[in-house]
Ligand binder design. Structure first.
Ligand code: SF4
Length: 229
């Protein structure tokens, strides 16, 4: 599995995929990330150390992802990240956290002593689809409420049960109300939540131009950031 890559286009940065404990939330119905989690702290730290040794400080921004939240990383790994951030004088870190961590984001900024752009998996701004179908556990009621905490939503498109209208609204929100967002085209996995092939084709035909929008990163395939499998 690739765990280090350099993103050269929008928001140039080095990115690492680290190994963590299972997600502290762990209830999203579409998620099967558990395969990349561990409870063996020593093994995680060893692997994470090797992955982090690739980091060169090529740009001002660095991104850490793991199959969960940055809060699920072992504390020794967080220390390693902090050292890398200072060694290479990074100015900004991109990291991800679930809604349950919304009151702890500043603590992580202080702990790592860096400006963090927090991404969060919103998946859909349609409340019922997000909470009743995807069981996201992020029951915010408005875009403003989400923005009080998080900088960058990640949304998913092309899921069975999702409608074109939901997608149009989601794209409109991420285009016009955020400075950064990620759009993930949903891929088949081991869960009961299935992709909708026709909806994905429609999305591709209708929204390929999003590739040219500077503040949106569209992952047409889940490995488009060059990490994972
Ligand atoms: S918050 Fe992310 S890692 Fe956790 S269960 Fe949901 S999708 Fe999976």
């Amino acid at each position: 599995m690739e765990r280090y890559n350099i993103i050269t286009e929008k928001f140039p940065r080095e990115i690492v995929l680290l190994k963590s404990r299972p997600c502290a939330y762990g209830k999203c119905t579409f998620c099967d990330y558990i395969g990349d989690n561990s409870t063996n702290i020593a093994e995680m730290n060893q692997l994470n150390k090797e992955v982090l040794s690739n980091v060169k400080g090529l740009y001002d921004t660095f991104e850490v992802i793991n199959s969960g939240n940055i809060f699920d990383l072992p504390k020794e790994t967080l220390e390693m990240i902090k050292l890398k951030l200072s060694e290479h004088e990074f100015k900004k870190l991109f990291a991800e956290a679930h809604w349950i961590f919304r009151d702890h984001l500043d603590k992580m900024r202080q702990r790592l002593d860096i400006d963090i752009m927090f991404k969060t998996g919103v998946e859909s701004f349609d409340y019922d689809f997000r909470e009743k179908v995807l069981k996201k556990g992020a029951p915010f009621q408005s875009v403003e409420e989400l923005k009080k905490y998080f900088d960058s939503p990640c949304i998913m498109v092309g899921i069975k049960g999702q409608t074109k209208d939901m997608i149009r609204r989601d794209i409109d929100i991420v285009l016009n109300q955020f400075n950064h967002a990620t759009v993930n085209v949903y891929c088949e996995n081991t869960t009961i939540i299935k992709p909708d092939g026709q909806l994905k084709e429609w999305f591709y035909d209708e929204y390929k131009w999003l590739d040219d929008v500077k503040h949106l990163e569209v992952l047409w395939n889940k490995t488009d950031f060059g990490v994972g499998d």
